[in-house]
Design a protein around this ligand. Sequence first.
Ligand code: GDP
Length: 457
Amino acid sequence: MNDTIAAIATGMGNSGIGIIRISGKRAIEIADKIFVPKNENKKIINMSSYTAAYGIISYNNEVYDEAIALVMRAPHTYTKEDVVELDCHGGITLLKRIFELIINLGVRPADPGEFTKRAFLNGRIDMSQAEAVMDLIHAKNESAIKASVKKIQGSLRTVITDMREKILYNIAYIESALDDPENYSLDEFPHELKGVVENLLITVNKLIESSADGRLINEGIRTVIVGKPNAGKSSVLNMLLDEDRAIVTDIEGTTRDTLEEYINIDGISLNIVDTAGIRDTKDVVEKIGVDKAIDTINDADLILYIVDGSVPLNENDQTIMDKLHGKKVITIINKNDMNVVVDKLWISKNFDTKIVELSAKEKTGKDELYSILKEMFFKNELSYNDEIYITSLRHKNLLLDTRDSLNKVIESINLNMGEDFFTIDLMSAYTSLGKIIGEELEDDLVNKIFAEFCMGK
Ligand code: GDP
């Protein structure tokens, strides 16, 4: 925490502008050594906070680039330390050279997420806000952006802090009453405490329930496309991908095999699983073998079952349908630009599914598919005004721990146990909630969380 850190904060590809960020006690002094302002009065050491200067990056008579220096002085900065950002040209080789120059002057390369970690350790943001920064950077759709922006602004922190205050008050009350029975009465207390804990449980349960939608928002709806050969799986996929709102993302560090494709539909994402399989062969179920198919289908949030509407169903369809029981399925009767002969009634009798007709060839029928999708997954319409979505498994698990502890308090009250029993479980609920906002977290866990961040953030 005492040293000064730097990183290339922009993406590792050539671009118009590339930013190098320096944070720490020596940020201003070091930036000053390499930055020569056009206007002599604008030396970095003399600049006031939130001002910018134009000049060149130069050291030992060598000019590296022209740049704009932004000076932000502690404590009102991202890290609460002195921060200098150098807006250079965005060539990656160029940025690396300037970065190396800065490192050679005694600055340490920042670890991934270290700027945000400093913001956390210096108390500017809590852990739920820091994690939301990461969610925002990785957001794949508009809903994920909205959900994380709210958390960055402290929505989750507020709810958690309120709950912790109530718990702490009650712990303190019990302790005081045990110490000083003359002034604090515990007569009606268990009854009152039960009311408080029940209310806390309502909030905790609501947060836990939100995690189902939270995962779908963040990771997208895991979608598997199945159907017999020639039903039109690739065509439907391409139709969906063709949309101007569709993005194809090659997730960094993965191979072509696990390429994930995200289709964005009005703020939600379909994460098409095993696209490679669909593209390489004509029949997913056959290609990956029955066992693997069952795994993929079981892990999916949604199955798009493509049926060729122009020919009658056959035993291939039956094999597929048999695997789809109990899953969320939308049956897409494709090729309705031709005469549709498929028996829809029979399909809906066979298993529980929504049915939509469309033509991948003529690209019609998408809107109906989208509205079915939204109705299926987000029944309560995503509302961002008062709703907080739990998107992190870490948070969810801590909320489950909190719920266990609070349930134990209720149990102890019902069994007329002594008040000191209540405090033990109240205390563990307090601790679990604290971990969500980063209090009571062990150092190595803090490091682990920030290690998942991007470089330069
Ligand atoms: P897959 O084997 O399930 O991936 O099916 P494909 O997407 O490769 O499509 C099989 C054949 O059906 C191709 O010749 C497509 O051109 C054709 N096809 C796909 N969708 C439609 C459609 O909506 N209408 C018509 N008429 N033909 C289609």
